[in-house]
Ligand binder design. Structure first.
Ligand SMILES: [Fe+2]
Length: 181
């Protein structure tokens, strides 16, 4: 027998989903950092996570769409970069959780938190490299801001993680620049 139940609009389903609407328990990690530190560092990591996700999508887009004489080198380089970003996203999100906060997890939220513009227009290889060079630079800026906050609150674990990310994005800028030098 065919079902006559109309499917629910997506927005209503989300509202009714207890997994999505459940309040986060008041979670005090109790590791010696102040409550203010947990909040300030987690918020700054939210911006780093959003930037990393936005850059991940754009880097993979270049991997797919690049064409021309530099195809092979850029196709390989962007694969290395988006794979690194994919791994980093998980590490940053889980650090936010270890600090007792909810990790942002929607494209809408990433768009709000990130300074990296969402763009999907046809570009030539040189324009693609310029875009990724600029965006990796923006991630470096977010990382430096987050590092300052982590240092201020003596969160050495987060600072260590952010320093490693900064080294990687500075290297990305250098490698991309070499393609248009
Ligand atoms: Fe691929």
């Amino acid at each position: 027998m065919a079902t006559t139940t109309a499917s629910k609009p997506i927005a209503d389903s989300a509202k009714d989903n207890p997994a999505l609407t459940a309040r986060q328990p008041d979670f005090a990690p109790g590791t010696g950092l102040s409550k203010a530190a947990y909040t300030a560092v987690a918020e700054s990591l939210g911006a780093v996570l959003a930037d990393s996700y936005q850059l991940f999508i754009k880097t993979q887009g270049v991997h797919w769409n690049v064409a021309g004489a530099s195809f092979y080198g850029l196709h390989k380089l962007t694969q290395e970069q988006y794979e690194d970003l994919y791994a980093a996203i998980d590490v940053v999100a889980e650090r936010i959780r270890a600090l007792g906060h909810k990790a942002p997890a929607s494209y809408t939220t990433y768009g709000e938190l990130s300074r990296i513009r969402d763009e999907d227009k046809p570009l030539d290889a040189g324009q693609m490299v310029s875009m990724l060079t600029r965006d990796n630079g923006l991630v470096c800026e977010s990382l430096r801001q987050a590092l300052e906050i982590a240092d201020e609150h003596k969160d050495v674990v987060t600072a260590d993680m952010l320093t490693a990310r900064l080294a990687r994005h500075e290297q990305n800028v250098w490698m991309l620049r070499m393609h248009i030098a």
